[in-house]
Ligand binder design. Structure first.
Ligand code: SF4
Length: 354
């Protein structure tokens, strides 16, 4: 697995780096820095190298200003907060815009949500405490992908319940896990278990559209003919098929990129139908990915409104909740229904809670 590791200089980060390298993983370290570079990032400026995010199968972010450095003056408290929140926000944005996003994202850092409560027995059901560190956790916890976290938990339960705690190794069993679609199931089957199955991500679709189809870009969403084309090309031998999947993905991620493909350095240039056709322009108008106004932003806004009153234990009335998204009541109601269906919000007497 290709792992992009941020926060590798700390005690946990160093141990993770050593352990993952010893396990045969390809680990690249993301360093904080003001200058632009292939593996430097600046969360405060919202900068992270997109190629590194595209490259990674997993991002592990363990960064955050140390809690043991004293005293905590106002500027240093801001550093504790922003080093966690800003880094998570910039990774989330990079992942949401990645053509081939990493399948795994771990974001962890030392903080304390419970506050200083000596003599009190605390567990995950205990309410958060008061004070600066609890506020940091609350701000930090509003980032990321709550639905994916929910699915991961459901997957873990299903794997323990239905598969004796072992990740299943067949496509059908993987697809049956909560939230696991064709891409994730085939990637796990191929790369974790060496199965002969085609793994089609955005990069593979783009490479095959150009090399075989002679088109600048594939259709906006995956169609059956693309799958058939990829399956027809897949080598018969399982081990070679796995290598083929990796090669096609890497070619798309590093050489046959969406804008400005590096055809002069491409190993399959002589076989590329798109280049042979004179590199015709894409005839379709394409909309870029946006965040503002999307259902994802709306869901996040509704969740934030629920979190704001979670401490009180009081429900939020429906009118008050949808008013948090004033631009489109229909969209707010649809997203609220989605949150309820996903188990991220709950209907109770008088309104809704987390
Ligand atoms: S020659 Fe250019 S367009 Fe064709 S596969 Fe290679 S990088 Fe992509």
């Amino acid at each position: 697995m290709k792992v992009l590791l941020a926060g590798s200089s700390g005690m946990i980060g160093q141990a993770v780096r050593i352990a993952m390298a010893a396990g045969g993983h390809d680990v690249r370290v993301l360093l904080r820095g003001g200058s632009d570079g292939p593996l430097t990032w600046d969360p405060g400026a919202g900068r992270i190298p997109p190629d590194a995010v595209e490259w990674a199968d997993a991002i592990i972010s363990l960064g955050g200003a140390s809690l043991t450095k004293l005293p905590w003056m106002k500027a240093y408290k801001q550093a504790i907060l922003s080093s966690r929140v800003a880094s998570t926000r910039v990774i989330a944005a990079a992942i949401s815009h990645a053509a081939s996003p990493p399948a795994v994202w771990v974001s962890a850092s030392a903080v304390g949500v419970y506050g200083n409560r000596p003599g009190e027995e605390l567990n995950e059901d205990s309410p958060r405490g008061s004070g600066f560190l609890s506020d940091v956790v609350t701000a930090w916890g509003r980032l990321g992908y709550p639905r994916r976290a929910l699915r991961l938990r459901e997957d873990a339960l299903a794997i323990v319940r239905d598969h004796d705690g072992l990740v299943p190794d067949t496509l059908d069993a993987l697809r049956a896990l909560p939230g696991v679609g064709d891409y994730t199931a085939s990637a796990v089957a191929a790369f974790a278990f060496g199965r002969r199955t085609v793994v089609i991500d955005t990069n593979v679709r783009r490479v095959l559209a150009r090399v075989i189809g002679g088109e600048a870009l594939p259709p906006p969403s995956l169609v059956a003919s693309e799958r058939r084309r990829a399956e027809a090309l897949l080598p018969a031998d399982a081990a070679t098929a796995v290598t083929w999947n990796v090669a096609a993905m890497e070619l798309g991620a590093l050489v046959c990129v969406s804008r400005g493909p590096r055809c002069d350095a491409c190993p399959v240039r002589d076989a590329c139908a798109w280049v042979a056709a004179g590199s015709p322009a894409d005839p379709l108008p394409r909309r870029g990915q946006t965040w503002h106004g999307t259902d994802r932003q709306c869901r996040g806004t509704l969740l934030a409104a629920l979190r704001d009153v979670a401490e009180t234990g009081e429900p939020v009335a429906e009118d008050d909740l949808v008013a948090a998204w004033p631009r489109d009541r229909t969209q707010a109601e649809r997203c609220l229904a989605g949150l309820l269906a996903d188990g991220l919000a709950h209907a109770v007497a008088g309104g809704f809670t987390l």
